[in-house]
Structure formats: structure tokens, C-alpha cells
Ligand binder design. Structure first.
Ligand code: PMP
Length: 412
């Protein structure tokens, strides 16, 4: 083991006994170069973060310019920071336009953005906002969901093994089966909010039946519960539309974003109508604050990243390239029966293997040849395929060759 790996093990807290362990030298576009000189094609985008590829020049320039202008000046919400305001305007406009598309122009309201640093913080904020606005306590969430690892988000994460060691968590949480319309009857007038991923990521890329999200929206309306859609993973073009809710014409009351938002910098947040968001400014004021949420350097990176996404129409690109990739993966599945299913939308795809050992051997085989694919948290049989949205045809073709070789080399 070289010195960096040794120090990594010695000084950094470990999250598992089997880290991937690539020692990063630099990363550009869809490629990560390791300290030993080996090059890797990134087919998971740092878990749906690097949608623009790594170190996109416009993002890097924006970071450099903003770093030279000002860094932290004051906790969030007190000073007028131009770059933060500009990002909020851009994001609000983007999401409002998506709400209009999703409802055929029926949606009314004015959104506001509350910036945070990570996906879990965005969901914490959304849950607190729902309680404060509705005056109700209970939450409904779904089996196999993932919403983050802080206490509140973990409380609505649908896996016992991850919740149990940290109990007691929030008590009033009801978990329902994901995708089951008949189960939505369980949502009643005591519910502050229902939180759901429009496509479940960590569950293994689970796309719900087409009637599920519309029925969920309707049930929330019937009982006066807020609908929180967690688009931390699905948002910002990943599924082939700006936001995954657009696939089903359903809009949330609170939308949470993270991961790709900062263009590689830590930025997340939630959006809600002004009258809902108002709950955080009164009774008492300052009841939900953050020191670093909306850091100016992260906002500058996000703003530059959104401009690139828009100019290059990356959501549409994800739809087109994703369709091609899915077709190619389905062809592999026909030839290699170890693959049980290929599913997903845009460039958020999953390959389910019949056996977990085969899935793990496939991931290792790809990695040895310089292709980074990975698993999802809640299942050992699914391989996540989530390349940067800027992936080229040549890079995709190369990745498919590597995958085919890995499949051929699987022990039978
Ligand atoms: N929500 C979803 C849907 C996620 O996929 C994740 C991360 N995998 C999170 C929330 C948590 O994000 P973070 O790790 O930034 O807290």
C-alpha cells in the first residue's frame, strides 16, 4: 500500500472496509486520472454530481472570479450577496417554468429558494418547513427511500438497517410501499408532508408506475398534506428532463435539490411558494438558519453550471444519449442472462443482476479496465449507470466495450 493509501486509512474516518480507493491526481471532463497514472472513465459522476463533467472550464473560472471578490461575509439571510441573488433568480425561473410545463400552465404562485449545503440539509429544511407551515407533526415516506443521514432525513429513509442503530429518531413517520396507489389511503389529515423521490435512486433505480405520482399528488391535496419531492439525485437534467416530476405532470409543494446543483461544489436547497417559505421568517423569526448555506463561491459555480446546462440543452441530451445507452444495455442483457433487468430514465440507469456476486464481479471487472460503475445503497444486485450528461459517443462506445468484456469474463 502506498503512502497516500496508508494515510487515508490512518487519518480519515472510514465509511466501509472496502472503499473504491482511487487516489485522485486530477479530473477533467468525464475522466479521472489516478496518482499511479491510470485513467478512469467516470460512469457514476461522483453519484450524480458531475453532470457537466469534472472541472468544467466555465465553472472553474466562475469559482476563481468569485473567490477573488468575496468569500463568506455573513450568515445566510442577512447580507445581500449579488451572486446568491442571481442564482436564486435563475433557479426560481427554471423551476417555475418546469411547474408550468408540468401543469399545462395551470400552476400559480411565486417560488423562493432556500440554499443549503448538502442533500440531507435540504430535506431537513423541507421537513421542518412542512411542520411549521401546516402545524401538523406526522410524515409519510416510502420503503427503500433514501433522503440523507442527518437525524430528520434518516427518520424518513425507508431502510430499517440504517435507521435502527440511531433510534430514537422522529416518531410520527409512516412508511408506505413505493409505487402502490392503493396504499396512499394511509395518508390522512394528520400528515404534515409526504416525502418521495420521483425515481428512487438508492433503492436501485426504481421508476414508479405512471399513475403513482399523480395519485400521490391528488391524495396530498385531498388531506391538505404538503408534497415534498426529493430531486437531489433526479434533478437538473439527469433523467432527461430538467426535473423528474415533468415525466408525470406532477408538481410538489416543496422541491429539494442538491448533488449536481453546485457544478461540483457543495450546494443544495429547497424551493417552495413564498407564503409557505414565509413560515421560517416569523413566529419566531430566525427559526431556521444556516451559516454557510448559499456560499458565494458555490453559488457562482452553480450559476455558471446552470448556464452551461441551458445553453447546451443537457437535459435533452441526457434523454437522447440515455435512450441510446439503455438500448445498448438491453442488447447486452439479451446476450448475457446474468442481467435480469435494465431500467431508468435519461442517464439515471440501473442494471439489475440475478445474483449479487455477479453484480460485484462486474463492477470490479469494469474498474480494473478503467471504467467506474458502482452499486446503489439499498440493494447489492443493481449496478448504477450515471455518466456525466456531456458524455461523448466515443466514450460511451468504449464504456460498452469494457462492460461487454467484464460480462464475458464473469465466472460462470
Ligand atoms: N436524497 C437523495 C434522493 C439522495 O440520493 C441523496 C444522496 N445519495 C440525498 C438525499 C443525500 O444527499 P447528501 O449526501 O448530499 O446529504
Amino acid at each position: 500500500m502506498d503512502v497516500w493509501h496508508r494515510k487515508f486509512r490512518r487519518y480519515l474516518a472510514q465509511t466501509s472496509d472496502e472503499p473504491i480507493g482511487i487516489a485522485v491526481k486530477r479530473a477533467h471532463g468525464c475522466w479521472i486520472v489516478a496518482k499511479d497514472g491510470k485513467r478512469y472513465l467516470d460512469f457514476i459522476s461522483g453519484i450524480a454530481v458531475s453532470s457537466l463533467g469534472h472541472t468544467h472550464p466555465e465553472v472553474v473560472r466562475a469559482i476563481q472570479c468569485q473567490a477573488a471578490r468575496y468569500l463568506h461575509t455573513m450568515v445566510y439571510g442577512e447580507f445581500v450577496q449579488d451572486v446568491q441573488v442571481a442564482l436564486a433568480e435563475k433557479l426560481v425561473r427554471l423551476v417555475e417554468a418546469a411547474f408550468q410545463r408540468a401543469t399545462n400552465g395551470q400552476w400559480r404562485g411565486e417560488l423562493q429558494y432556500y440554499p443549503t449545503n448538502s442533500g440531507t440539509e435540504a430535506n431537513e429544511g423541507a421537513l421542518k418547513l412542512a411542520r411549521k407551515f401546516t402545524g401538523r407533526r406526522k410524515f409519510v415516506a416510502f420503503h427503500n427511500s433514501f433522503h440523507g443521514d442527518s437525524m430528520g432525513s434518516l427518520s424518513v429513509t425507508g431502510r430499517d438497517v440504517y435507521r435502527r442503530p440511531f433510534e430514537p429518531l422522529l416518531t410520527d413517520v409512516l412508511f408506505l410501499p413505493y409505487g402502490d396507489v392503493s396504499a396512499l389511503e394511509g395518508i390522512d389529515e394528520t400528515v404534515a408532508a409526504v416525502i418521495a423521490e420521483p425515481i428512487q435512486g438508492e433503492a436501485g433505480i426504481i421508476v414508479p408506475p405512471d399513475d403513482f405520482l399523480p395519485a400521490l399528488r391528488q391524495r396530498c391535496d385531498e388531506v391538505g398534506a404538503l408534497l415534498i419531492l426529493d430531486e437531489v439525485q433526479t434533478g437538473l437534467g439527469r433523467t432527461g428532463k430538467w426535473f423528474a416530476f415533468e415525466h408525470w405532470g406532477v408538481v410538489p409543494d416543496i422541491l429539494t435539490l442538491g448533488k449536481a446543483l453546485g457544478g461540483g461544489m457543495p450546494l443544495s436547497g429547497f424551493l417552495a411558494r413564498q407564503e409557505v417559505m414565509r413560515s421560517f421568517a416569523e413566529n419566531p423569526p430566525l427559526c431556521h438558519v444556516t451559516t454557510f448555506g448559499g456560499h458565494p463561491v458555490c453559488c457562482a459555480a452553480a450559476l455558471a453550471g446552470l448556464h452551461v446546462m441551458e445553453r447546451e440543452n443537457l437535459p435533452q441530451r441526457a434523454a437522447i444519449v440515455g435512450e441510446k445507452l439503455k438500448t445498448a444495455l438491453l442488447q447486452l442483457a439479451e446476450r448475457f442472462p446474468v442481467i435480469a433487468e435494465v431500467r431508468g430514465k435519461g442517464l439515471m440507469l440501473g442494471m439489475e443482476f440475478r445474483e449479487k456476486d455477479a453484480a460485484q464481479a462486474f463492477v470490479r471487472g469494469c474498474l480494473e479496465q478503467g471504467l467506474i460503475v458502482g452499486g446503489t445503497l439499498h440493494t447489492e444486485k443493481v449496478v448504477r449507470i450515471a455518466p456525466p450528461l456531456v458524455i461523448s459517443d466515443d466514450e460511451m462506445a468504449w464504456a460498452l466495450q469494457v462492460m461487454e468484456r467484464s460480462l464475458r469474463n464473469l465466472p460462470s
